[in-house]
Design a protein around this ligand. Structure first.
Ligand code: HAM
Length: 421
């Protein structure tokens, strides 16, 4: 490799991360705008938490036996000797913020949303990145299964606005602290009988938390897991009622779903409801969003006993399936000739911008032909011409780049024309 090529390689973005460049970023902005307006229609407010947190937050929240915590965290010791972690998910951060600021004292229920980057050290592949982005929503203080159904309905509404079709909604219940121990014991027994067929990781999980065997991507382990007892046979009366109420509410919203008894999700905190919306054409990384209920996290963090439910949507995966066609921006390019024209042009640019017209000035000594070439390249909608004649007359030229028509007028005349088309 030449010195030049190796220098370029060293300066490339880190594996599993990517730049979102103009041309693509407009789709991100459209998605973020639609998410924001949709969530606000349902009474959600934005809550922004830091990108890194104390490592124990995720060990305690996300769960010490989850793959995310055991294998995928970006953890480092800072200069003060503290162990910090780039957040792999957002849910524990929101719970921490509520407990820290006693947001519950303002009254429950509470509804929050957030959008931003998350970090997981997993093997990068299509639809799986090391820095990826989530849109996350969380509801606190609502025990009713209706809210689980409402957020699934909200997810569908948002996906509809994004032009995502052909999804499937999977739902399950993972029980609670009252009924899960019996299920875990049954799993441990079942896994114990077929231990030799499991990968080394799952053999360890069989002892520590057999539920996590369902997360394993190794086909042999998945085959063994398919023979395991299912949680529905172990749910206590409260969890069973909650699950039936969820399904009844989904029917009210007319949302088709499939009960998947093996949908335990990869994070340790879930209680009762779990769900995912998947898109089969995405290949292995097919979950567009996932979520569920987590009724114990806040009290486990030493806060009040307030239940939670929510979901997170992967922006990269949703954009890969969305039919978004953001409107093309309309920009006025300023073509000036000479120093005097530059000064007047600056005033004009300020006038048009103040009145809501996007206007670009580039400080390059260009001739008129070069200005037009550049405006074309930038896909400007109009070119404002400020040359010697225009300075004298106080009337300026405006070329519509789509039609090629050129007109002239005072700044006020041109503004009317620009705003009308
Ligand atoms: P999660 O299932 O780990 O849940 O992630 C949610 C979504 O983030 C996934 O469905 C996927 O679209 C996207 N995602 C996850 N990992 C990656 C990756 N490496 N690359 C690209 N996209 C990815 C959570 O994070 C929970 N906090 C959701 C939740 C909120 N549960 C309750 N409240």
């Amino acid at each position: 490799m030449s010195e030049d090529a190796s220098a370029k390689k060293e300066l490339a973005a880190v594996r599993g991360t990517r730049d979102i460049l103009p041309g693509e970023v407009e789709k991100w902005q459209a998605l973020e705008g639609l998410a924001r307006t949709t969530f606000e229609l349902y009474g959600f407010r934005e809550l922004r938490a830091p990108v890194f947190e104390p490592t124990e937050l995720f060990e305690k929240g996300t769960g010490a036996t989850s793959d995310v915590v055991t294998k995928e965290m970006y953890t480092f010791i800072d200069k003060g000797g503290r162990s910090l972690t780039l957040r792999p998910e957002y849910t524990p951060s929101v719970v921490r913020a509520i407990v820290e600021h006693r947001l519950d004292l303002e009254g429950t229920p509470m509804r929050y949303y957030y959008m931003g980057p998350m970090f997981r050290y997993d093997k990068p592949q299509k639809g799986r990145y090391r820095q990826f982005h989530q849109v996350d929503i969380e509801v606190f203080g609502e025990k009713d299964a209706a809210v689980d159904a409402e957020i699934i309905e909200m997810a569908h509404t948002l996906l509809g606005k994004l032009g995502v079709t052909g999804t499937e909604t999977l739902v399950n219940s993972v029980g609670c602290r009252a009924c899960r121990p019996a299920y875990s014991a049954a799993l441990r027994e079942a896994a114990g009988k077929r231990k030799s067929e499991l990968c080394a990781d799952c053999q360890r999980k069989a002892e520590a938390n057999p539920l996590r065997i369902f997360d394993c991507k190794v086909e042999a382990c998945q085959a063994v897991a398919r023979s395991f007892p299912i949680i529905q046979d172990f749910l206590c009366a409260e969890c069973r009622d909650h699950f039936s109420a969820l399904l009844a509410c989904l029917d009210v919203f007319k949302i088709p779903y499939r009960v998947d008894p093996r949908l335990v999700r990869g994070l340790d905190y879930y209680t009762k409801t779990t769900f995912e919306i998947v898109f089969s054409h995405l290949g292995a990384q097919n979950a567009l969003l996932g979520g569920g209920r987590y009724d114990d996290m806040m009290k486990d963090f030493g806060g009040p006993d307030i239940c939670g439910t929510g979901f997170a949507m992967g922006i990269e995966r949703v954009l890969a399936t969305a039919a978004l066609d953001p409107p093309k921006r309309k920009m006025l390019y300023l073509a000036y000739l000479g120093d005097e024209a530059k000064k007047v042009g600056l005033e004009l640019a300020r006038y048009f911008r103040t009145n809501g017209v996007e206007c670009l000035v580039e400080y390059k000594d260009r001739g008129m032909k070069a200005h037009f070439g550049r405006a074309n390249k930038l896909q400007a909608s109009w070119v404002l011409i400020v040359g010697e004649n225009e300075l004298k007359s106080g009337r300026f030229g405006l070329k519509d780049m789509a039609t090629g028509r050129q007109s002239e007028g005072t700044p006020a005349d041109l503004l009317t024309r620009l705003l009308s088309g």
